[in-house]
Design a protein around this ligand. Sequence first.
Ligand SMILES: [Zn+2]
Length: 468
Amino acid sequence: ALGGLAKSACTAIVESAPKPCCLAPGVEIAPLPGRGRSLLVSLRGEARLSGLKRGSQVLREYPLASVPLTGGGSSLHPETALALRLWSGAAELRHAAADLLDHGGRDASSRLRRAVVAVMFVMASSEGVYEAGAESVTRSESLFCWLGRVRVNSVAVTSLSEQSEGNELEVAKVALALYPELAKSVNHSCRPNCLLRFDPEDGLALELLVSAPGGVPPGEEITISYGPTAASLPRQERRAALLAQYGFECGCPACAILDEDFSWRSKAAALDERAKVAAGRGSWREAATASSAALALLRQGFAEGDLELAREECKLAGILLQAGDAARARTLWASAAAALAPLAPRGDPDLEEAQEMLKRLPEPKLDSKEPAGPKSQGTVPFAAAASHGDVGQALNCLRAVLEASSASAFISKDAQETTVSDSFDGVVLGLEGLNLTPAERERVMQAAQGTSPKCERTANARVARGKT
Ligand SMILES: [Zn+2]
């Protein structure tokens, strides 16, 4: 059976001569201290003056070899199938990838598995009797190296699709492929300045695009993420993952921050869940509050202009529209469309929706200035508060705002009407941790819902303020 698998994997080669890779003018390949061969924005030529803008194409390349990950064709592990293709491929193919790193990372169990797979396939593919001679050993070693090369150099080709349930986008891995120039020259950073975009309809063509909001200045290295980023995994975990699969200790600027605060991510996830529940029962305003707070937290972790942030903006815009706040929804869709347009893959559902909504929603009038989306300013929004300290901080902010607004109400020339109310909409965070007696708890809940006599009076009081 193994012999059959090996044969079909080896004979299914369709790739002919490797297609040439296209490097943009303004970038060059040069060794960097401690980084090896690297891709840089050139200090010569046109790029010397301006660097590369966000959305610029740095490199375009077709895979040397690939295996599909959808359709459930082969029962081989995709990495094994890809390595077999290269191992048994044309000399030209092998030559183009021969100088790639082949150590396969530092994961010992994966190393052992590769050794066993290499020996088994050499045994299975040698028709007749397997001889444990020098030739078989050399062939096994060669396949072992290809398995290691694929392990550290192959890339999952992804495509975006909308999930049938909910409004979530799904990133599907459609193929495993080897792009030699990318593998040779582009290093990892946990806060990369570039990203990969694939075109599954054009022979899995890969584009390396500048994603940093300010572009990449001359002389700076071009980086991508090999998988984990500073926004997707805490420092220790992402470094362990990089060491296991790629065999290096990440020395990027994000990893230099030892006391990294990653709590924003779980807080944002909890708020997002709350928004989902609220949206599920049609409480759109509550959903919008929770989702706004989640977005404010995500801005702490993601770099400005990150596509993930833009996708979150799209989600919140949809909720805001349901909640009746079309103006804010439009602002968010405009910001998301600007971030997505230069980088999103063809037919990106979020970008298409944002552009469609911008056409449909009226443009805001110039005199009604819409406040910009929630930006974190070192203060935790009330709904995102997770500790008593946070609640206290949020309350202080609220008091300052109220004091400022009542002060301005007194000096205002026009009569103003202000409604003062105790009632509020939401969950009392941290109530569980206060160890209240049942009677105390009852009083707090009544106060929160505005049902105690005192609160009722305040809630109904309408205070008219005129000239003073
Ligand atoms: Zn790092």
